[in-house]
Design a protein around this ligand. Structure first.
Ligand SMILES: C[S@@+](CC[C@H](N)C(=O)[O-])C[C@H]1O[C@@H](n2cnc3c(N)ncnc32)[C@H](O)[C@@H]1O
Length: 210
C-alpha cells in the first residue's frame, strides 16, 4: 500500500457500508491479517486483547451475543467458557462463510446471523443492546481499535481519559449508569507495521446493565 502510517484509515465521512457485505474477505496466507475493501480489519497480534474482551463478555455465562467474527479469536475464547448459547452476527459474506464452518466444530450451540433480524426500530447499536437485548446484570464489552488508535495518535496520550471523554457520554446516552462502567488496561506492543493502532496500552470496558 502507498498509505503512510500517519494517514487515517478512513477519510472524513468515508462510508464503506454499501460494498462491505459483498467485498472479498482477504485473509493472508499465514492467516495473521484480514483486510476488507483495502482496510486492515483484524490482525493476530491483538490476540491477548481479544481474549480479555471475550473473558469479560463470557463472565456471566448464559447467552452471549458477539458482533463481528473477523478471525474467530474472541469467538474461540468465548467458546472455552461455560456459556449456554453463542450468537454471532457477521455482515461480510466471506467472513460469514468462515463463521459457518467454524460453528460446526464448537462445544456450544452457535447461532450465525448476518444482521440483527429482530431489529424493528432504528437506533444505535449500543442503545439497542442496552435497552432491548441485555438482561439486568448482563455485561457489554466492545472495542473500536481503529477509532481509538486514531484518537491516541492525535488527541490523547492517556487511554483512560480518551475512554472517559469519548466513550462514556455515549454509553450514558444509551442508558447505562456511569457507576456500572469500569475499565481495565492491558500493556501491549503493537507491531510497527500496524496502521490502525500504535499505543502501548489497550482498554477493556465492562459495562453492566442495571
Ligand atoms: C475487528 S473484526 C472482529 C475481530 C474478532 N473479534 C476476532 O477476535 O477475530 C470486525 C468484524 O466485524 C464485521 N462487521 C463490521 N461491521 C459489522 C456490522 N455492522 N454487523 C456485523 N458485522 C460487522 C467485519 O466484517 C469484521 O469481520
Amino acid at each position: 500500500s502507498t498509505m503512510s502510517a500517519a494517514e487515517p484509515i478512513f477519510s472524513q465521512g468515508e462510508d464503506c457500508k454499501p460494498g462491505w457485505t459483498e467485498a472479498d474477505a482477504q485473509y493472508n496466507e499465514a492467516d495473521t491479517h484480514l483486510a476488507i475493501l483495502g482496510k486492515p480489519v483484524m490482525e493476530r497480534w491483538e490476540t491477548p486483547y481479544m481474549h480479555e474482551l471475550a473473558t469479560a463478555a463470557a463472565s456471566r455465562g448464559g447467552r452471549v451475543l458477539e458482533i463481528g467474527f473477523g478471525m474467530a479469536i474472541a469467538a474461540t475464547k468465548i467458546e472455552s467458557f461455560p456459556i449456554k448459547e453463542h450468537w454471532i452476527i457477521e455482515c461480510n459474506d466471506g467472513v460469514f462463510q468462515r463463521l459457518q464452518n467454524w460453528a460446526k466444530e464448537q462445544p456450544h450451540k452457535v447461532f450465525c446471523m448476518t444482521r440483527i433480524h429482530c431489529l424493528k426500530k432504528p437506533g444505535t447499536l449500543t442503545s439497542l443492546i442496552s435497552s432491548r437485548l441485555l438482561k439486568p446484570g448482563g455485561v457489554l464489552t466492545y472495542c473500536n481499535l481503529t477509532s481509538w488508535g486514531e484518537l491516541l495518535k492525535t488527541k490523547y496520550d492517556n487511554i483512560e481519559k480518551m475512554f472517559q471523554e469519548t466513550q462514556v457520554p455515549h454509553l450514558i446516552q444509551a442508558g447505562f449508569k456511569k457507576e456500572k462502567i469500569t475499565t481495565t488496561l492491558l500493556d501491549i506492543i503493537p507491531p510497527e507495521e500496524c496502521k490502525y493502532y500504535a499505543f502501548c496500552k489497550m482498554i477493556t470496558p465492562t459495562i453492566v446493565k442495571d
